[in-house]
Design a binder for this molecule. Structure first.
Ligand code: NAD
Length: 323
């Protein structure tokens, strides 16, 4: 059992001074994004995560049309611990109704999020999936609005998220240094796609903290496979399925292998995994502790990498074309 062998490592996030658990709790499953999760299971998962040293929880008003924020808020309150013992990030600009990165909308959005989360402030507020908006609006309007929220004490740090890696350099090249504290990239640092690695020296040079989400490639690198809505090509899905089947046959768990792969890169401050049960929390914390104690399973990893080679770094389109 994970609790008997220690807690997960903390890593500093860029220049923020925040020390995040290297395994972060992705709360999109609490919005029923990967299938139904009862409130009791959600509360129990968050409690067990916190007990085992996970101090970082990520959500968005978009996940489950605000459900994830509400359930996470209730779960954090149920912990009954001082507010400064956990770190919360949420997002703005993406909603069940669509995208709106206007200053007016994101300014209202934080108040709505704080009410749902039952918090006075969030540690990080991130512009959610900015490739669906105008990047110039993000630079000239959204981020300045978030700076005002920072001054008002409603948020501590500012972030941007999205899939195509070029969005990060576009924005970071155009804002004053220190304005954007953190980026959240997803599906670009897992066994099948490690392209985030190329961006890390640039992010470090800007003093920007790095969060990497979806180490299991949103379900591709799990034994049960991805949800219906998963945007990968059928080729990518079938090769990942073959890799999962190979690992299982060998008595190894593909999800553990995948999480350990992501966690091995220490330039990534936190790897956000979506979790919806005590079992998944314990498995993921154990994977991190085992990695710290014994290193990766290099043999199985190289076999799985060989299976995934034909689709290595294959991604999918996301967002609107920028002019
Ligand atoms: P993920 O790769 O973490 O996969 C989640 C899926 O894997 C879920 O079905 C989960 O139940 C399952 N899982 C978790 N642990 C497992 C285990 N040990 N064994 C088997 N299955 C396991 O994908 P994700 O949830 O999309 O990403 C993690 C988090 O990162 C999200 O919840 C969200 O907070 C964040 N995120 C943000 C963005 C963005 O800002 N644009 C995009 C993607 C993810």
């Amino acid at each position: 059992m994970a609790s008997s062998v220690g807690k997960v490592e903390l890593r500093t996030l860029g220049n923020t001074g925040l020390k995040l658990s290297c395994v972060g709790f992705g709360a999109s499953p609490l919005g029923n994004v990967f299938g139904p999760v009862s409130e009791d299971d959600a509360i129990a998962s968050v409690r067990q995560a916190f007990r085992l040293g996970i101090n970082f929880f990520d959500t968005s008003p978009y996940y489950g049309g605000t459900l994830s924020e509400k359930v996470l808020g209730k779960s954090l309150k149920a912990l009954g611990v001082p507010r400064n013992e956990y770190i919360v990030s949420t997002k703005c600009g993406r909603y069940a109704e669509g995208f709106d990165f206007s200053a007016d909308r994101v300014t209202r959005s934080i108040d709505e999020s704080l009410a749902r989360l039952q918090l006075d402030y969030v540690d990080i507020l991130q512009c959610h999936d900015i490739e669906f908006g105008s990047l110039d609006q993000i630079v000239n309007e959204t981020i300045p609005a978030l700076q005002k929220l920072k001054e008002a004490g409603k948020i501590r740090f500012i972030g941007i998220t999205g899939l195509p890696l070029g969005i990060f350099t576009y924005v970071l090249d155009r804002v004053p240094p220190g304005t954007v504290d953190v980026i959240l990239s997803y599906c670009h640092y897992s066994i099948n796609d490690s392209t985030l690695d190329d961006l890390i020296p640039y992010l470090k040079s800007k003093g920007v903290g790095v969060i990497s989400a979806s180490p299991l490639a949103m379900g591709l690198l799990t034994e049960s496979g991805p949800p219906e809505w998963h945007p990968a090509s059928s080729e990518l899905k079938s090769v990942c399925k073959a890799a999962a089947a190979y690992s299982k046959e060998k008595g190894k768990n593909i999800s553990k292998l995948a999480l350990q792969y992501s966690l091995s890169n220490k330039d990534i401050s936190s790897v956000l995994v979506g979790m919806n049960s005590i079992r998944q929390v314990e498995e993921n914390v154990s994977a991190a502790i085992e990695l710290a104690n014994n290193g990766k399973d290099e043999e199985t990893l190289s076999e799985v990498e060989a299976i995934l080679e034909p689709v290595k770094n294959q991604t999918w389109p996301s967002g609107i074309q920028q002019s």
